[in-house]
Ligand binder design. Structure first.
Ligand code: CP
Ligand code: NVA
Length: 301
């Protein structure tokens, strides 16, 4: 049996991503009509979270319950990981007891190390490098609203951060163009930028990026772990708030996405976040369905 991990979007082929997304849409419908599942029956999945979470924790714990399994949440304060036990040792212990490991952490190298030493699938629930589960939910949300994303134009406004990196991978794998507008000095990872060069372009002007876009996406200016940079970042990101005047430059049918949590008046106004183009609550809900489909996929390999 092959162990398949999901540390980054390219861990799935484009066809596998589409398969998971189609299944997520189907599972959403089935769940609403009361269909129950037992692919995790009598089995445990462990969530190891070294950073805060509302959506990722809730969607995985609920999803594991929906699949008939039991979720155990380990925080650094109540496990030995927080007292310096190596990730490699933790991986070997956890994977002898659990059928899946979901890890949210700072350094992406910890996710890679967990996968290297785990004998069960490891899912990246966010690292400083990327957030691939978010993109599965976002792609599901787009498909539900607008169909295939191939050939569309997406504008990323703000920090070239972990979520931006996953959008870059999605653009490359699913064939849409991503225009990334960041202030100077906040560009995404150069190696990933080189890999995705055919699908992405850059500007320091958010209005240029949004012009004619089918979808406008943003995220917080200060990610978890960057709290001390907040004041400097607020100054550096002046002009990058997605407001109604910016959305007016996008295509008339354009949607707005944000992975949440959102900071109203910073990266997005309350009007845009709560407005008719915003699909942020669907994105949040779809974390549940997309990750259930992902877990089913990984467990069936
Ligand atoms: N979007 C997202 O991952 O949210 P949480 O940090 O609440 O899990
Ligand atoms: N970029 C944000 C995403 C939160 C879901 C962070 O890493 O804090």
């Amino acid at each position: 049996m092959t162990v398949r991990h999901f540390l980054s979007l390219p861990d799935l082929s484009p066809d596998e991503i589409r398969q998971v997304l189609n299944r997520a849409i189907e599972m959403k419908r089935e769940f609403a009509s009361g269909v129950t599942m037992d692919i995790l029956r009598h089995r445990t999945a462990v969530l190891v979270f070294e950073k805060s979470s509302t959506r990722t924790r809730m969607s995985f714990e609920s999803g594991i319950t929906h699949l008939g399994g039991n979720a155990i949440f380990l925080a650094p304060t109540d496990s030995h990981l927080g007292r310096g036990e190596p990730v490699a040792d933790t991986a070997r212990v956890l994977s002898r007891m659990a059928s899946l490991i979901i890890l949210r952490t700072g350094s992406h190298s910890r996710v890679e190390e967990m996968a290297r030493y785990s004998s069960v699938p490891v899912i990246n629930g966010l690292s400083d490098y990327n957030h691939p589960c978010q993109l599965l939910a976002d792609m599901q949300t787009w498909i539900e609203r607008r169909g295939d994303i191939g050939g569309r134009r997406v504008a990323w406004i703000g920090d070239g951060n972990n979520v931006c990196h996953s959008w870059m991978n999605a653009a490359r794998l699913l064939g849409f163009s991503l225009v990334i507008a960041t202030p100077a000095g906040y560009e995404p990872d150069p190696d990933l930028s080189a890999l995705c060069a055919q699908s992405i372009s850059f500007t320091n002007d958010p209005r240029e990026a949004v012009a004619g876009a089918d979808l406008v996406v943003t995220d917080t200016w200060a990610s978890m772990g960057q709290e001390e940079e907040k004041a400097r970042r607020q100054a550096d990101f002046d002009g990058f708030c997605v407001d109604e005047s910016m959305m007016a430059l996008a295509d008339r049918d354009a949607l707005f996405m944000h992975c949440l949590p959102a900071y109203r008046g910073m990266e997005v106004t309350a009007e845009v976040l709560e407005g008719p183009r915003s699909v942020v609550w669907d994105e949040a809900e779809n974390r549940l369905h997309a990750q259930k489909a992902l877990m089913e996929f990984l467990l069936s390999q």
